[in-house]
Design a protein around this ligand. Structure first.
Ligand SMILES: [Zn+2]
Length: 543
């Protein structure tokens, strides 16, 4: 009896220690926070750093590890693809996010990246709620964390833009939240839940967007100290509706009644996003136990501001100075809530942006607006002469020509001849460097880096079959503000900085790809890489 008791005791002790060992076996941070800054060029880490605080962007660089030469390894460089590629470690060829909007090639139907007619909005009955990650054809690193912990990890995605919150959070997320202009509320869809959590209803009831906009947007510092930007009143920037010039102060208190989505185009859109991220960490107890949670945040306002005002604008400079302050506050909150050294944060961008076209021209740098207006029509009329059939081109999107495959099939036309005719016509245009039939990439006389990015960006079911490569400095942009989408360094060179649990201090100038980000996070967490990941972990960054 005595013997059996002590045997049971010994057995249960060894079982307890085995369980403890198993729990200690894999070391992970309590929380991973991914921050994507929409349209953040890599050089913004340094461009405004004279006035960055010690606790924001500079803290990431001073305490963390920076991959200084991180590039997007596909085209087109746009928001939906960037967020998908960061989190899947993959490219449109495999993850299927071929653009913010793309044509389903066999039906000719154009779809929005995260639209889903099978779901309903939660928190809103507008169409803004009918969104889900179903069009994403690969798993995300956030999905892999959920799988690795048998769904005990919590994963939440947050962004003003639906696609900025939904795609990073993956298919198995507990929640993704985005902003509904109509109601001024943060919402989700029935893909995730049937009712908003009480804490989010309380957060919405604070009407923070309205509060922030009630104070007009003025510069954080005296306006003559913004030495990194063109003087405020200039022809390169787009004025807000109702304003006669693109200048400070911007009377958001008066404008907000007419423009429901105004918060997006101000730095306060980033503030409210990080306010919500803070609230989500508190209310959902993220990082409070030993099972790693993941919060995927995207700051969208930098993109709206960038599109309107461009790179060399006081409005953009001010937006980054304010984001830096918001970031400092958020990192301080993480220190206090999760504990310094208990969380890992990484920061990157979905794409960069070019300088304004006229600004570049005025400085004698080759640049121009790609002549795409009416281009599909011109292609169609030439093709009609040659092939006697109307509307052979459905449309141009993402610097690709989408052919009308249904009509081509129905008329039994020679598709390769149509492609060749399009390429020949496009290459006559003096603002186009190359037009490439995607099936002839390897035999084309174009630089190898372009070949790889074209192939990576081409999805058979969802991409156009002719890729247009504009000349350097040329892009589909107007007279004011800017845009992005090409392979060039201004669009493709992005920040990738990690800090916190498991991260070395240092930097590397070696070539790193956007697709290496998910591979690095997976390696750090000792979980499987996402199921279409083509990236490699940045091992130098990991302790
Ligand atoms: Zn954009």
């Amino acid at each position: 009896m005595k013997f059996r008791k002590s045997l049971i005791l010994a057995l249960s002790l060894s079982m307890a220690s085995a369980l403890a060992q198993a729990q200690q076996g894999v070391k992970r941070p309590k929380l991973v926070v991914g921050i994507v800054v929409d349209q953040m060029r890599w050089d913004y880490l340094y461009r405004y750093s004279d006035r960055y605080s010690a606790g924001g962007f500079k803290r990431l660089l001073n305490e963390g590890f920076s991959c200084e030469n991180t590039n997007i390894d596909y085209i087109p460089t746009v928001t939906a693809i960037g967020h998908s590629s960061i989190y899947t470690g993959s490219v449109p060829a495999l993850h299927g996010m071929a653009g913010n909007d793309f044509y389903i090639q066999n039906t000719g139907k154009e779809v929005y990246c995260v639209s889903d007619s099978t779901v309903k909005g939660v928190g809103s009955d507008s169409d803004a709620g009918k969104m889900s990650p179903r069009n994403l054809m690969a798993s995300t690193v956030t999905d892999e964390l959920r799988l690795a912990t048998n769904f005990r990890s919590k994963v939440i995605g947050i962004a003003l833009k639906d696609r900025g919150g939904i795609l990073p959070a993956g298919h198995t997320a507990n929640a993704a939240y985005w902003y509904d202009d109509k109601s001024g509320n943060w919402i989700t869809s029935s893909y995730y839940m049937t009712d908003l959590p009480a804490w989010l209803k309380d957060f919405n009831a604070k009407k923070l967007a309205d509060k922030y906009l009630s104070n007009d947007w003025n510069t954080l510092y005296p306006i003559n100290t913004y030495v990194q930007s063109t003087a405020d009143n200039n022809k390169y920037e787009g004025a807000f509706k109702g304003m006669s010039s693109p200048t400070f102060p911007i009377p958001t208190s008066k404008m907000k009644a007419q423009d429901a989505g105004l918060i997006r185009s101000t730095p306060f859109g980033n503030t409210i996003t990080l306010d919500l991220a803070t609230e989500a960490i508190k209310a959902e107890q993220l990082g409070k136990d030993d099972i790693t949670d993941f919060l995927a945040v995207s700051c969208s306002s930098t993109d709206y501001v960038g599109h309107r005002f461009g790179v060399n604008a006081i409005e953009t400079e001010d937006t980054y100075l304010r984001l830096d302050k918001d970031l400092e506050k958020f990192l301080n909150f993480l220190d206090a809530s999760v504990g310094k050294g208990n969380y890992t944060v990484f920061l990157s961008a979905d794409h960069g942006a070019a300088h304004n076209i006229t600004f570049l021209q005025d400085k004698n740098i080759p640049a121009g607006s790609l002549k795409t207006a009416g281009l599909a029509g011109r292609l169609n009329s030439s093709l009609k002469e040659m092939f006697k059939v109307d509307n052979l081109v459905l449309g141009l999107s993402n610097y690709q020509v989408n052919l009308n495959n249904k009509v081509i099939k129905a008329n039994k036309l020679d598709e390769s001849a149509i492609r060749a005719a399009c390429v020949a016509m496009l290459e006559q245009q003096d603002d186009i460097a190359y037009a490439v039939d995607v099936d002839k990439v390897s035999e084309s006389t174009i630089p190898a880096v372009l070949k790889e990015r074209i192939i990576n960006g081409y999805n058979r079911d969802r991409s156009g079959v002719i890729q247009i490569i504009p000349k350097p400095g040329y892009f589909g942009g107007g007279a004011t503000g800017t845009s992005h989408g090409t392979w060039n360094p201004y669009d493709a060179h992005i920040p990738f900085v990690l800090m916190g649990w498991g991260i070395q201090h240092g930097s590397t100038a070696r070539s790193v790809n956007m697709t290496d980000i998910a591979a690095t996070i997976a390696a750090l967490l000792h979980i499987q890489a996402p199921n279409a990941c083509i990236g490699q972990p940045v091992t130098e960054a990991i302790k």
